[in-house]
Design a protein around this ligand. Structure first.
Ligand code: PLP
Length: 379
């Protein structure tokens, strides 16, 4: 099966009890046991729910793993994955991760004795230099949020294997449509499925998929023990969204290329971040490991131009957090998604106060360009 067919027929593609083509929403919290002390397939819905299970099976297929797990949010998925480690363990983490992941690491996990070293994971020698006796894993995003930097996944996974470390990649921005880290040697992929996988800005969900049977067993244990599972209604909604991922991504990509060209040639724009820019330092690695460059663009206006006025002047493109929805969304990371990161750390990794992040939607591209044009005319 090719990828677009997998989106629709992958995993458990019909209800085993009734043949329903759309997997039903099983709301039952518990299941009748025919025999005392038997081993029923379903017993309690935190442990396993048929609707969630169908979703988990689908995303396992899409990422090419051995098992997948669905959570109440991307953050819950990431928290559960970090729970694989114990007090005193050390983890190398990318320097440009989602603001909420940065907060989870610094304000929560450090209190439980996990140690972290922040590294630009594009720099392989910096990764090697950060490895200690107690290092257990390398965690990163590629493309990163919001600067869209690209890390060579296969190269990092190779270093990790040499040192018996686990590699964990947040694949939210690329989606399995564009990139499959497990195929490049990674052990665990996490997603905020709130973004492209859900795709309609109407569900908060998270996923973790692994290529390793032992990790799968541990994650199943942790998912059940911690209990931050995705409910059946949201599991259904997410499956529904995933079915059109391919169709949506094709339009996202078309629009993004156009908007990138428009921004790149605009005199009021000082800088554009987009991995599909052939002159960007990361272009060759992006080309090697991604099927397309995704639909996120970040940019800065020329010094002195009013960023606030620009984003507030947009009429069609929504000023809002989040990304990956069918509607175009724009935001200023320093004030919105990345406000949790102290300013000096933010500036050091290149997230200036003026940086603008655009998630290109699937509206007609002329309308999007017209909206940008009228906002440029106001500054
Ligand atoms: C949004 C996001 C998260 C967090 O996911 P939630 O579903 O909001 O909890 C994690 N990683 C990335 C890259 C994200 O964009």
């Amino acid at each position: 099966m090719k990828f677009n067919t997998k989106l629709i027929h992958g995993g458990i593609s019909e209800d085993q009890a009734t043949g329903a083509v759309s997997i039903p929403i099983y709301r039952s919290s518990t299941f009748h046991q025919h025999k005392l002390g038997g081993e029923p397939k379903w017993e309690y819905a935190r442990t396993g729910n048929p609707t969630r299970n169908a979703l988990e099976s689908l995303v396992t297929t899409l990422e090419g793993g051995v098992a997948g797990f669905a959570f109440a949010s991307g953050s819950a998925a990431i928290h559960t994955v970090f729970s694989l480690f114990s007090s005193g363990d050390h983890i190398i983490i990318g320097n440009d991760v989602y603001g909420g992941t940065f907060r989870l690491v610094n304000k929560v996990l450090k209190r439980f004795g996990l140690e972290f070293t922040v590294v630009d994971t594009r720099d392989l020698s910096a990764i090697k230099a950060a490895i200690q006796d107690n290092t257990k894993a390398i965690y990163f995003e590629t493309p990163t949020n919001p600067l869209l930097k690209i890390t060579d996944i296969a190269a990092v996974a190779k270093i990790a294997k040499e040192h018996q470390l686990k590699t964990i990649v947040d694949n939210t921005f690329a989606t399995p449509y564009n990139q499959n880290p497990l195929q490049l040697g990674v052990d665990i992929v996490v997603h905020s499925a709130t973004k492209y996988l859900g795709g309609h800005s109407d569900v908060v969900a998270g996923l973790a998929i692994t290529s390793d049977e032992d990790i799968a067993e541990e994650l199943a244990f942790l998912q059940n023990s911690i209990g931050s599972v995705l409910g059946p209604d949201d599991s259904w909604l997410l499956m529904r969204g995933i079915k059109t991922l391919g169709a949506r991504m094709r339009v996202h990509h078309e629009n993004t290329q156009d908007i990138y060209n428009f921004l790149f040639s605009n005199k009021k724009v000082a800088k554009v971040y987009y991995p599909g820019n052939p002159n960007s330092e990361d272009y060759n690695i992006a080309k090697k490991q991604m099927r397309n460059f995704g639909a996120m663009i970040s940019f800065e206006l020329q010094p002195g131009l009013d960023t606030r006025k620009f984003v507030e002047s947009l009429q069609l493109i929504d000023l809002a957090e989040s990304l990956g929805g069918i509607e175009s969304l724009i935001e200023v990371p320093a004030i919105m998604t990345h406000a949790a990161i102290p300013r000096d750390i933010r500036l050091k990794s290149g997230i200036t106060d003026e940086l603008i992040r655009l998630s290109v939607g699937i509206e007609d591209q002329e309308d999007l360009v017209d909206d940008l044009k009228q906002a440029f005319n106001k500054i």
